[in-house]
Design a binder for this molecule. Structure first.
Ligand SMILES: Nc1nc2c(ncn2[C@@H]2O[C@H](COP(=O)(O)OP(=O)(O)OP(=O)(O)O)[C@@H](O)[C@H]2O)c(=O)[nH]1
Ligand SMILES: [Mg+2]
Length: 465
């Protein structure tokens, strides 16, 4: 428990109907008492109010009324932080919220750091670390699929599995340690087989979790796709189609798009960050030169590309050069303008990757004028970035990169422990590896943490969360 009381504006800065100022800590009611004057017979001072009630009154500072507010009184431990909590709803708008916060701070609360409410919820045992991270994921999620996954993690679905995995490792460790304490007794072949089996199940489970890392990353931060091709192919038109609104300027003048434009769209539940780029060609002026340099930069940074071709014209030498140039990129070829007579033919050898695997690129016909083919393109994008179907169980546990790192370490040492046990190495060695593995798994839910780790997780939160 902490002895200071923290406060922050919990709603976004800007004008709105309401703003919420949040206080948490042992002194929350005392601080609120000094700033709040109840209005009417049914409202009382925060310290006198029953838990989970709302009081009506005004916030006063130096005898000046700042705002009329509703004040929620939430007594520990049935609160998010497990501490006494007050939430003040005042009029929306920067000034009322700031003045209410100032009054609270003048009366003894301290301004909260980013994520400090959630950090207290974690340190007071209300949620574990994976759940705390899920709070940030819920706030930042950009598609319903991402939100569903974050909510599953917040509800503890990942934590349950991680705890089970850790318990199994600890149980194995306990067995091994028991034998270290009684060196005269050898591990019987039966027991050894059981221990090996449990370890192997654990490792197989880690494999499964690690396979969700890619999906977890995509859901959390989105995936970057560059829209490239020569001028006038219809790249900006395609961006607008995928977004569902006119974001980029479209014109018949070749070289319309100069700067890169980035926008996130929800493609079958996946947040995809599309980057519309300047058409590739010999630049005619300095600005276009810079635009094309940026196109190439986006291309290099993108996880996949949509290569747009004009189907109403025969393949040009330039098309061929670019098709070859990006042959090693994960990509979809988009034949645009199929509402016009089609003159484009794609030589089959341009449609496969150059590595030994000779994978064929998807080719999708679209018309950005009629919208024909755009839904098929969305399916192709989903198929390209999301291997296989999205299983409900997988969503519950799509891990983030911190979990991935911890699990990779855990798996490596669990494998070492297995090999050592199988080879009848000294049990001290087996125990040491098992302990490292269990600790690494424990990091995910915060059973083993460091101050640095907590700082890096919670500093990424917004203030007031
Ligand atoms: N008929 C037809 N015209 C299209 C289609 N898509 C785009 N266009 C037209 O093609 C021209 C170029 O479209 P843009 O989307 O600006 O092309 P761009 O690839 O972004 O061009 P730059 O920004 O100059 O590189 C415009 O006149 C569009 O109206 C299509 O599917 N069918
Ligand atoms: Mg354009």
């Amino acid at each position: 428990m902490f002895d200071d009381t923290i406060a922050a504006i919990a709603t976004p800065l800007g004008e709105g109907g309401l703003a919420v100022i949040r206080l948490s800590g042992a002194g929350a009611f005392a601080v609120a008492d000094k700033s709040f004057q109840p209005i009417g017979k049914s409202s009382v001072k925060p310290s006198a109010a029953p838990t989970h009630t709302i009081q009506f009154g005004k916030i006063v500072r130096d005898e000046n009324v700042i705002d009329e507010v509703l004040l929620a009184v939430l007594r520990a431990p049935r609160t998010f932080t497990r501490e006494d909590t007050v939430e003040i709803s005042c009029h929306g708008g920067l000034l009322p919220a700031k003045l209410v916060l100032d009054a609270i701070l003048a009366n003894g609360a301290r301004l909260a750091e980013p994520g400090e409410f959630t950090k207290r919820a974690f340190l007071n045992g209300r949620i574990d670390l994976a759940q705390a991270e899920a709070v940030a994921d819920v706030i930042h999620s950009r598609t319903e699929l991402a939100l569903a996954a974050a909510n599953e993690q917040l509800a503890g679905k990942l934590s349950q599995r991680i705890n089970k995995l850790r318990d199994d490792l600890m149980l194995t460790l306990a067995h091994v340690e028991a034998h270290i304490d009684f060196p005269d007794e050898d591990i019987s072949p039966d027991t050894k087989d059981q221990l090996l089996q449990r370890l192997e199940n654990g490792i197989a489970f880690m494999d499964e979790l690690l396979r969700t890392a890619n999906e977890g990353q995509i859901l959390r931060r989105g995936i970057r796709a560059a829209i490239v091709g020569r001028p006038n192919a219809g790249k900006s038109s395609l961006l607008n189609q995928l977004l569902g609104h006119d974001r980029a300027i479209v014109s018949h003048i070749a070289g319309t798009t100069r700067d890169t434009i980035e926008e996130t769209a929800n493609i079958r539940g996946l947040p995809v960050i599309f980057i519309d780029t300047a058409g590739l060609r010999e630049a005619r002026d300095e600005i276009e030169l810079e635009g094309i340099r940026r196109s190439r930069q986006s291309l290099a940074a993108a996880e996949f590309i949509l290569h747009v071709l004009d189907a109403s014209e025969p393949l040009t030498a330039a098309d061929e050069i670019y098709l070859n140039e990006f042959a090693d990129k994960k990509r979809i070829l988009v034949r645009n303008k199929t509402d016009l007579p089609v003159k484009l033919e794609l030589p089959p050898d341009l449609l496969v990757t150059r590595h030994a695997s000779r994978v064929t690129f998807p080719v999708i016909d679209v018309s950005c004028v009629s919208g024909q083919g755009v839904e098929a393109l969305k399916d192709a994008i989903k198929a390209l970035v999301w291997a296989g179907e999205i299983k409900a169980e997988m969503l519950q546990v799509a891990i983030n990169s911190r979990h991935q790192d911890a699990l990779n370490r855990a798996r490596a040492t669990a494998r070492m422990a297995t090999a050592a046990l199988r080879a009848d190495a000294t049990l001290e060695l087996v125990a040491m590896d098992l302990r490292i593995a269990a600790n690494a798994v424990g990091e995910i839910v915060g059973k083993t943490t460091t101050e640095d780790l907590l700082d890096s997780i919670f500093s990424a939160f917004c203030i007031g969360k």
